[in-house]
Design a protein around this ligand. Structure first.
Ligand code: NDP
Ligand code: 8X3
Length: 259
């Protein structure tokens, strides 16, 4: 029987690259995102290319009821989730604390903290039940960020949301220990996805400028690292993985090429 991976935020960036990576390795996939046409297109492409089964589960992770209803009503054969890539998230704006938009802050907290919390809780309940009845393990991978390790200027509530993800990850690892559920935090640095375009609300020039003089991570680099954490032996758990491009030391220090 194939293993099942559940990926939130699979319509772009890391989530989409993870879908491709896990499918290439024979996993069946539950794919989430809000943009249903993208989900549909990706599902068809992966089913055809890798001969895997794909279940599309479109919901907004901020919608508590939709998250719990969608996950508790999964068809029985899809409830056996082996790996959760808890990835959906975003940054909005990069402004001084007193000038930043409250609406942006609420959206980041609702998505990155509360959304990730709802999904992790709903899936961990399924994994715990399965462990009790079948003795299987589960693996939850939360997407943090280098922004959840150090705070940078104008990063304020995005950083705060990712510090919360880091704390939640550590807490989950303790509380889920008795169910044999592995919990991993993956914390990437600058990676060129749709992330900056979303952060700067469609301003392509500003989004591109974030990567000036850098060879940033790609979505595939991050997906490879995420997948790697699932390949170690059952008795091994990678707790925390911080991954940057070689020209980045942490959330603050870069070595950019001139020009
Ligand atoms: P992208 O913008 O490329 O992709 C984000 C994904 O999240 C999309 O599939 C989007 O789907 C989904 N998403 C956003 N909001 C919601 C929501 N409310 N409900 C469901 N899905 C949602 O960004 P990345 O792939 O780069 O980012 C993925 C994660 O990695 C985020 O948590 C981000 O904070 C984190 N990260 C990113 C870094 C980077 O530099 N790129 C570095 C470190 C961490 P849709 O719009 O269809 O719902
Ligand atoms: C995204 C990385 O440095 O833009 O989490 O905050 S950064």
């Amino acid at each position: 029987m194939s293993k099942i991976v559940f990926i939130t935020g699979a319509t772009a960036g890391f989530g989409k690259a993870c879908a491709e990576k896990f499918a290439a390795n024979g996993y069946d996939l539950v794919l989430n995102g809000r943009r249903t046409e993208r989900l549909q297109e990706l599902a068809e492409q992966l089913e055809k290319k890798f001969n895997v089964a794909v279940l599309q589960l479109a919901f907004d992770v901020r919608d508590e009821k939709a998250v719990f209803d969608s996950i508790s009503n999964l068809p029985l054969e899809w409830k056996n989730i082996d790996v959760l890539v808890n990835n959906a998230g975003l940054a909005l704006g990069r402004d001084y604390f007193e000038e930043a938009s409250l609406e942006d802050w609420n959206t980041m907290i609702d998505t990155n903290v509360k959304g990730a919390m709802y999904v992790a809780k709903a899936v961990s309940q399924l994994m715990a039940k399965r462990n009790a009845s079948e003795g299987t393990t589960g693996h939850i991978i939360n997407l943090g960020s280098v922004a959840g390790k150090e705070v940078y200027e104008k990063g304020n509530m995005y950083c705060a949301s990712k510090f919360a993800v880091d704390a939640m990850t550590k807490a989950m690892r303790i509380d889920l220990l008795r169910h044999n559920i592995k919990v991993t935090g993956v914390h990437p640095g600058a990676a060129e996805t749709e992330f900056s375009l979303v952060r700067f609300k469609g301003d392509e020039a500003t989004a591109r400028s974030i990567y000036n003089g850098l060879q940033p991570l790609t979505a595939e680099d991050v997906a490879d690292a995420i997948y790697y954490t699932t390949t170690v032996p059952t008795h091994v758990c990678i707790n925390d993985l911080v991954i940057t491009c070689t020209q980045q030391a942490n959330a603050i220090y870069f070595n950019r090429n001139p020009g």
